[in-house]
Design a protein around this ligand. Structure first.
Ligand SMILES: Cc1ncc(COP(=O)(O)O)c(C=O)c1O
Length: 477
């Protein structure tokens, strides 16, 4: 390996080479079995005599840090007792981030170890995903031919992909868009970030749903927004409760996150009217409704919008898998140039290989086939969660009606009768992993509950898992 050694300054050179190599071995930068440069080569590089380097190597060899193999070279010894001495950056307290970052909390998922009944939210079942097809497409995309001349690309995303996405969301969600309207992003989260960069002025009011999606809320705060939590009822976001000052509204109308209801048509019209009257922009986050169980969902806000106020955001994190980090937005014409420039300033244009692979995956029908198959699986799980809750906990929990997505929300029938956090903690040793509704609230909710994901649990385990959970809830009552 090409190890970095500095001989600037004074002191015995052999000693300094010795110490720097020893340091690198102890903190793990040089790993057991790695080959060191020959003494002649290192001596040349450091502009010292070969003996200076050889003496350092000899000392390290004598102490067991290095081993010489005749004819092969010098290697880091295999059996070195390594004190745990991770190399970390200097602590330093004189430089600090902006104050806002002290209040940004990471959203931690429940531990996966020992999860027998995994009801985590927002994660699809990766075992359903056609990985062979995806792998072939990625390998093909990473060929010399697709590399072209290796130049930087434009910020909008691979044109074959933007056309494929436009067709796909046109058919499956009746979003009105052509390829040039689509901007490919690193997941929905980057789409929200770009929108924040382009629209949020410091101090501007951004309305988000309560309960709602914490990463969106926190993101807009870091852009300097004042984030207002607006309640939702059974028809979705309560338009009458929007603060007059809101100029950006983040909403999940097709499958409210995390409660799960769909925004009624009357509410959709009222929201569009409100935005029009108040000069606000609406972000429609349609994160998981390609999984739906029942009749066709209502038209998205984007296709009902007549005055160019809606930005539609989508993701492949659920329809494929979260690690793919591919999402997109469709914005009104008036915002398009700025959003593309923001994308370019942020990361130029994302991963061209994954984008090409996805274009073929959509165009050849693999995505639709996968969605049809996965839909049947999730429909059965969705039905089982509801049936089990109704059978075992109808007196305790009210299931929020929903017909899409990868989770169901169940709220306590009586406010504060049960300590939900205690019940979740009690169910955890039995292998139950689930998230509390309060975790998605910016203030304690009147009626707490559970958000029950079924992406990670097979249908045959759902009833037993919910039995454990309901038992723990009754105990915590
Ligand atoms: C409301 C909501 N929006 C968006 C996403 C997906 O974001 P991303 O594409 O950044 O993974 C999620 C994932 O859990 C979500 O719950």
């Amino acid at each position: 390996v090409d190890v970095h050694i500095s001989l600037d300054g004074a002191g015995d050179r052999t000693d300094r080479i010795y110490r720097q190599l020893q340091d690198a071995i102890l903190d793990g930068r040089l790993r057991p079995g790695e080959r060191l440069p020959p003494t002649r080569e290192l001596a040349q590089r450091l502009a010292v005599s070969r003996n200076t380097v050889a003496a350092a190597y000899d000392r390290l060899t004598g102490e067991g840090f290095l081993v010489g193999r005749v004819g092969a070279g010098t290697f880091v010894g295999a059996a070195i007792e390594r004190p745990s001495r991770p190399r970390s950056a200097p602590a330093g307290t004189s430089v600090q981030p902006r104050a806002i970052w002290a209040s940004v909390v990471p959203f931690t998922a429940p531990p996966t170890a020992g999860a027998r009944y995994d009801f985590r939210v927002g994660v699809p079942d990766v075992s359903l995903f056609p990985l062979d097809s995806w792998r072939r497409r990625l390998a093909h995309a990473a060929s010399r031919a697709s590399l072209g001349r290796g130049e930087y690309a434009g910020p909008g995303g691979d044109p074959t992909l933007t056309r494929a996405i436009a067709r796909h969301i046109g058919v499956s969600r009746s979003v009105r868009a052509s390829g040039s309207d689509v901007l490919v992003t690193h997941g929905a989260q980057q789409a929200l970030d770009l929108i924040g960069r382009v629209l949020v002025e410091p101090g501007m009011t951004v309305a988000t749903e309560e309960p709602g999606y914490p990463p969106a809320r926190q993101l807009f705060r870091t852009h300097g927004a004042h984030v207002a939590a607006v309640p939702v009822d059974r028809e979705g976001l309560v338009v009458g409760a929007l603060p007059e000052t809101a100029r950006l509204i983040y909403t999940t109308p097709s499958h409210q996150f995390p409660l799960g209801m769909s925004m009624s048509l009357a509410r959709r019209s009222a929201l569009l009217d409100w935005a029009d009257r108040n000069g606000a922009v609406i972000i429609e986050d349609d994160y998981d409704t390609e999984f739906r169980f029942g009749h066709r969902p209502l038209e998205p806000l984007q296709s009902l919008d007549r005055s160019g106020r809606v930005i539609y955001v989508g993701t492949f994190a659920k329809t494929m898998f979260p690690g793919v980090r591919l999402g997109f937005l469709v914005a009104p014409e008036s915002l398009r140039t700025a959003l593309r420039r923001a994308k370019q300033l942020t990361d130029w244009y994302g991963d061209p290989f994954a984008q090409q692979a996805l274009a073929g995956f959509i165009d050849d029908g693999d995505l639709s086939r996968h969605l049809r198959r996965a839909n049947r699986v999730y429909a059965a799980r969705h039905e089982q969660v509801i049936a089990s809750l109704e059978q075992e906990a109808a007196d305790l929990l009210e299931v929020v009606p929903s017909a899409a997505g990868l989770h169901v929300c169940a709220r306590l029938r009586e406010p504060r009768r049960v300590d939900v956090a205690r019940a979740i903690a009690a169910a955890s040793p039995h292998g139950v992993r689930v998230i509390q509704l309060a975790d998605y609230c910016s203030r304690p909710p009147d009626r707490d509950g559970l958000v029950i994901g079924y992406g990670m649990i097979t249908v045959d385990r759902i009833h037993a898992g919910l039995l454990e959970l309901v038992g723990a809830l009754r105990h915590a009552g």
